[in-house]
Design a protein around this ligand. Structure first.
Ligand SMILES: NC(=O)C1=CN([C@@H]2O[C@H](COP(=O)(O)OP(=O)(O)OC[C@H]3O[C@@H](n4cnc5c(N)ncnc54)[C@H](O)[C@@H]3O)[C@@H](O)[C@H]2O)C=CC1
Ligand SMILES: [Mg+2]
Ligand SMILES: [Zn+2]
Length: 276
């Protein structure tokens, strides 16, 4: 299968192609979506902080206009990336998710973290460069473990105070320096619910551009302990029977995939496919 969307570093001196515009309010969109003819978009009254050539969609070059602030464009509105994930088509979400990560990273690396001088975009490479330090900065990706802890017909799901009311999800957390993926998973489960796990099994990964996580998804079996929720982080955690699950996370998330796979296996149903 050929992919409709491929990332690339494009020369911003070249004219033409499509462009997306991103401001602190999200992406610009109209009735036709979030991709606009680039030359038209650049004629609008936008306060452009940086432009990045980000890839090809169906063979056409796509650029990102990263804006300082949100602007009025006739017939258009602004919408956050999460809304595109929930509503929009998957390919568009991939384009915007990538654009968001490049935009955020470049915005946060305008100045060298070592000497404080202005950095420049490296041509033909996705990197920002500080000449005095001869140092390159690349887009940041934060590995995060996400795990469904299981006990026969039961799964351990938890609520963060940040979740939509009623929704329970798998446990997750960022890797710390010095840890393997397994070390991180064991620590996170211990910290968040004081449970011990065994038989850790890797299922798959997913890019999570909020703002730059790479989710590594696992199943792990319960090995001991009683649930004690971590203060502030975990509002509630419970064992749920696979026949009586609470409201679950969005269907495109790897959290949902980990739950759906386990339920499908217990019930002998066909297994779902992990959204890319
Ligand atoms: N795609 C999915 O299905 C899901 C994705 N996630 C994502 O997993 C990630 C981790 O989940 P949480 O439970 O929030 O993490 P967590 O359990 O590690 O706690 C969050 C805390 O980690 C620290 N932190 C923030 N950014 C960090 C970074 N880049 N590196 C190290 N520490 C950092 C902060 O102190 C923050 O309060 C988040 O990006 C979250 O959005 C979480 C659940 C489902
Ligand atoms: Mg967590
Ligand atoms: Zn420097």
């Amino acid at each position: 299968m050929t992919s409709r969307w491929t990332t690339a570093v494009l020369d911003t001196e070249q004219p033409g192609g499509w462009a997306v515009a991103r401001s602190p309010e999200g992406f610009l969109f109209d009735d036709n979506g979030a991709l606009f003819p680039r030359e038209w978009l650049k004629r609008q009254d936008l306060s452009i902080l940086a432009e990045h050539g980000i890839g090809h969609l169906d063979g056409e070059p796509v650029y990102l206009l990263e804006l300082r602030s949100c602007a009025e464009v006739p017939g258009c509105n602004w919408k956050g990336l999460r809304a595109f994930m929930l509503e929009g088509d998957h390919t568009l979400y991939k384009v915007l998710g990538y654009a968001a990560q490049i935009g955020t990273w470049a915005r946060e690396h305008r100045f060298c973290g070592n000497c404080g001088q202005a950095m420049t975009q490296v041509p033909r490479e996705r990197a920002m460069y500080c000449q005095p330090c001869d140092m390159r900065s690349y887009p940041r990706i934060s590995p995060s473990m996400i795990v469904l802890v299981t006990r026969g017909d039961e799964v351990l799901l938890a609520r963060s105070p940040r979740f939509v009311t009623g929704v329970y999800s798998t446990l997750a957390g960022f890797a710390e320096p010095g840890e393997s993926a397994e070390d991180c998973l064991i620590r996170e489960v211990r910290e968040e619910v004081r449970i011990e796990v065994k038989n850790i099994q890797y299922l798959g990964s997913q890019c999570w551009p909020f703002p730059h996580s790479m989710m590594l998804g696992f199943h792990a079996e319960y090995a001991g302990g009683e649930i004690i929720c971590q203060e502030d982080e975990i509002e509630d955690a419970q064992w749920f029977n696979v026949y009586e699950l609470p409201p679950l996370p969005a269907s495109r998330s790897i959290a949902r995939y980990l739950i759906d796979v386990y339920v499908a296996r217990r019930l002998g149903h066909a297994e779902p496919v992990l959204p890319g």
